[in-house]
Write a protein that binds this ligand. Structure first.
Ligand code: AMP
Ligand code: GLY
Length: 426
């Protein structure tokens, strides 16, 4: 079959790499893609906001499946438009993508379905939000309701900071996304990510991971899209994973179906492992970036066939096989990230892929035949090992062969688990 992949980041390069290995794949197209993706797919220019043009491209190229990488086209209803034309899509409808598109929507669904999550209040004006703060203890968790490119969450240590953040949000800092603000109870614990594929009915566990959201080593400094990840996440034990499926994923999938808006695609649950058990922080309607990179390193088998089965409502009976080893990825970012990154910095991948590591391209571009940085997160250097310690060692050996003078990376990806592995080995 022919597949069209939408997106241009490291997540999409990992998906392209795995799709290209799928026995069921004939041709892979990517829009817009990036220099890494172009080694696996034919990159084309397509405006994803123009649903009619995307559908016309699919008919022209005999596309059997469209894989949507990022959330924005899903929240915008691209999957609905393509399905209306009879084209199979991996990714949820506009109504189902509200699980990521509106934090208030998800909190209400959790309340109705009894899904463990932080207590919350939805507010639609600054006065209402300020009054609601009295019902919470510091630190205050404030979230712009809509999509805000991962920047819409503020954790304020005291009332003064909370009031300033609320004024910014209602003042238009996040545009329409901040017209409503959700205030939440602060949860304590370790964070982990869990992925499940669902076709609306059947639920297929698809792996766990841990991300490193802060820019600085030891998890300090501003939030980013993620500076590195590994999979699996041993903190999410088999027992906890079973609870996540029973208490969080299944009631979500069942409630969405009962509401007439079945969820199809990958459901990415951000979890807090609290003393009272796993609780949902948030849902995403796509794979994590860079979590996808480590999941794809471990996945064996035909990704295109799995995604098509998901899109067609035929997931029952599909059994993905993941390597038991650990995959770990280190994000190399351009200096300045997550603020304004330096663009155009020269990159030489050197011998990074000479051994067992794989380099996924995120924000790269080609200029006069040479590779340069074109975004905040630029490269994802990814490796497999028997455990996190070994995967980390192989990944950093590859990182050290890359020449990227205007870039930087964290040197401690995997530190929590490496600490646990060291203690277990004593
Ligand atoms: P989100 O974009 O909802 O994943 O939030 C970004 C980050 O804020 C999460 O990864 C958590 O570290 C933190 N966070 C969000 N909600 C809460 C909460 N209710 N309690 C504690 N931390 C939170
Ligand atoms: N790495 C976090 C995310 O993709 O949302």
């Amino acid at each position: 079959m022919n597949v069209l992949l939408l997106g241009s980041g490291g997540r999409e390069h990992a998906l392209a790499w795995k799709l290209a290995q799928s026995p069921s794949l004939s041709r892979l197209y990517a829009a817009p893609g990036n220099p890494g993706i172009s080694e696996e797919a034919e990159c084309v220019t397509l405006d994803v906001n123009d649903h009619t043009k995307v559908a016309a491209f699919c008919r022209d190229k005999d596309i059997a499946l469209v894989v949507v990488g990022p959330e924005a086209p899903l929240v915008d209803g691209l999957a609905d438009s393509l399905r209306a034309e009879g084209i199979a899509v991996f990714g949820p409808s506009k109504a189902a993508a509200q699980l990521e598109g509106s934090k208030g929507f998800t909190k209400d669904l959790c309340a109705r379905a009894g899904i463990p999550t932080a207590g919350y209040v939805r507010t639609t004006s600054l006065d209402e939000a300020r009054a609601a703060l009295a019902r919470f203890e510091p630190p205050f968790v404030l979230k712009a309701d809509g999509l805000a490119a991962g920047k819409g969450v503020v954790i304020a240590d005291d009332i003064e900071a909370a009031e300033i953040a609320l004024a910014d949000m209602f003042g238009g800092q996040f545009g329409k996304a901040g017209a409503e603000v959700v205030i939440e109870e602060f949860m304590r614990g370790e964070e982990a990510s869990f992925f499940a594929l669902t076709d609306g009915t059947f639920i297929l566990p698809f792996g766990s991971a841990q991300d490193h959201k802060r820019v600085g080593e030891g998890d300090v400094g501003p939030n980013t899209g993620g500076m590195g990840a590994y999979s699996p996440a041993p903190v999410l034990t088999e027992e906890l994973e079973a609870r996540v499926i029973d208490e969080i994923i299944r009631p979500t999938v069942e409630t969405m179906a009962a509401d007439g808006t079945p969820y199809s695609g990958v459901l990415y649950a951000g979890l807090m492992l609290t003393d009272a058990g796993p609780k949902l922080i948030e849902y995403n309607c796509r794979f994590g970036d860079p979590e996808c990179q480590v999941l794809m390193m471990r996945l064996r088998g035909d990704l295109a066939a799995i995604m098509l089965a998901c899109a067609r409502g035929e997931l029952a009976g599909v059994r993905p096989d993941f390597a038991p080893e650990t995959a770990l990825t280190v994000v190399m970012a351009a200096k300045g990230y997550p603020g304004t990154p330096e663009k155009g910095g020269a990159i030489d991948l050197g011998e990074a892929e000479a051994g067992e590591a794989k380099v996924f391209h995120a924000g790269t571009a080609e200029k006069d035949g040479a590779l340069v940085a074109s975004g905040g997160r630029v490269l994802n250097v990814t490796a497999m090992g028997a455990n996190v310690t070994e995967a980390q060692r192989i990944a950093y050996e590859a990182v050290d062969t890359v020449s990227f003078p205007s870039g930087f990376c964290r040197r401690d990806i995997g530190w929590r688990e490496i600490e646990r592995e060291r203690r277990a080995g004593e």
